[in-house]
Structure formats: C-alpha cells, structure tokens
Design a protein around this ligand. Structure first.
Ligand code: 6PG
Length: 256
C-alpha cells in the first residue's frame, strides 16, 4: 500500500454519510478558494446517495458556491432518461435539484432517449469530457471523485474479470454484459479514474469487508477492480465498522 491511501472508520452508515458530507463541504470550499472552478465526479449506490443527501441537509452547504462546480459521473446504467435506475436521477433528487448548480455544468451520461446506440453514447461522453479538458487533454482535472464499491470489488462499471478493467486507450467504455443488472452500462475507465486528484471510496456493510480487505492487501485489478482506485494526490476509504472488519489495524488512520 502506498502512503497516500487511508482508511477512515465510522461507527455506522449514518455517521459515515454525515462525516463524508462534512469533509466534502470543507474540502470543496478550500478548493474553490484556490481555484476558479472544481470538477467533481459522482457515484451511484446507496451509500454515496446517502452522502449527497447529507450534504443537502447540512446548513454548511450554504457556504459552497455550487455554480462553480462541474459535475460528472463515474458510470451510468444505459436506460431511459426518467428511470429510477439512473445514477444521475438519484443524485439530482438527493442533492443537485436542491442547490444552486449551473445546469450547463452538470454532465450526466447520455440516456437511451438521447442516443439509442451504446457505443455511440460512450463516444459522446468521451467527447464531452474532452471538450471540458484543458489544452489537448482528454478529460478535465477532477478534484474529487466519489466511488462506491460492490461486494465483488467493482468500481464504476468496471467488473472483476471483464475486459473493461484493463482498458487503457478509451476514456469511456460501453459495458454490454454487466453481471449486475441492468446489463448495459457506460463507465469511465481506470486511467481516467486514477487521474483524479482525490478518490474517495465510500463503503458500508459487512458485504464490503472482503473487497476492502483484498484491495488493501494488493489484489490484482482483474480480481478486485477497487484495488486500482488510487488518486493522484490522495485516496481515502471512508468506511463503516462492518466494512472495516478485514482491514489490518495498522492501516486505519487515526484521523484525516
Ligand atoms: C450499480 C451500483 C453499484 C454501487 C456499488 C455500491 O451501478 O449497480 O451503483 O456500482 O455503486 O455496488 O453500492 P452501495 O453503495 O449501495 O453499497
């Protein structure tokens, strides 16, 4: 494990969501003090959605200049726009519809209503990332990337044993046979994920103990894609007590 990976343990799911929300508000205010804008990548999943709801419910979020934040997603289910399956809908309901974001800076993956073909939708999102990138880069510099982790160790829609995990050329891939339904998905690839300054993985529940333990123990990305989630500056695993069951004591950070 490299020195910039930390595990922070909170007693339960609710305190975890509240703590990550508070940490996000503090950090994004600092980032916006130093920069004109910030890029944040959101994740689906119940824990990350609880974090967004906790941000919304925090009085401190009034101090965030939401209009200067550009929002992206790490992955998306390729379904119709209004589907409750969509990560972007969940994020809008939990947070984005309730704060003063600039709608032009919210970048959901295409839905099947907008682009019928999955491969074309992946290309369209790759082009959207490139259009927002500095100079000749293929994607923006992401300040904070939230990720959830599945019980199988997947991150975004990069699943164990599937070719998407080792994709190094494309920035966005079309996933046709996701083991977790729905089967059609769009996902950022690992090089894009690893380009983020800060990766915050938020995990709760005993079914996350094994993937977390394996990721920290240096499992291969093919076996446990979460093992490859390392940000440029810092990687933090924000977890609850149940998810921390297999984390060696010496890897648990006393404080952030
Ligand atoms: C999906 C889910 C999935 C989720 C993780 C963690 O695309 O099917 O969004 O990737 O992020 O499984 O989910 P929880 O936060 O609910 O544990």
């Amino acid at each position: 494990m490299t020195t910039d990976r930390r595990v922070l343990v909170h007693p339960d799911r609710d305190s975890l969501a509240g703590a990550v929300a508070a940490r996000f508000i503090t950090k994004i205010i600092d980032i916006l003090d130093e920069n004109d804008e910030a890029h944040v990548v959101l994740s689906g999943g119940s824990v990350n959605t609880a974090v967004l709801a906790a941000i919304r419910n925090s009085p401190a979020q009034n101090n965030v200049d939401w209009k200067r934040i550009t929002f992206w997603w790490g992955d998306e289910r390729f379904v119709e726009a209004g589907s409750a399956d969509r990560n972007d809908l969940q994020a809008r309901e939990a947070l984005l519809d309730h704060v003063l974001v600039d709608p032009a800076k919210v970048h959901p993956f295409p839905s099947t209503d907008e682009i019928a073909d999955l491969a074309e939708a992946a290309e369209a999102y790759a082009a959207e990332l490139a259009a927002a990138a500095p100079d000749a880069a293929l994607y923006p510099r992401f300040d904070i990337m939230f990720l959830g982790v599945g019980p199988d160790g997947h991150i975004a829609s990069l699943f164990p044993g599937m070719s998407g995990v080792t994709e190094t050329v494309k920035t966005v891939i079309a996933v046709r046979d996701s083991p977790k339904p729905p089967p059609l998905r769009l996902s950022l690839t690992l090089p894009v994920i690893r380009s983020a300054d800060r990766i915050w993985l938020v995990m709760a529940g005993s079914d996350k103990a094994s993937p977390l333990g394996l990721a920290l123990a240096g499992a291969s990305i093919e076996e446990v894609p979460a093992a490859g989630a390392e940000g440029r500056r810092r990687t933090v695993f924000f977890v609850d007590q149940d998810a921390a069951a297999e984390v060696p004591e010496n890897l648990i950070a006393p404080s952030y």
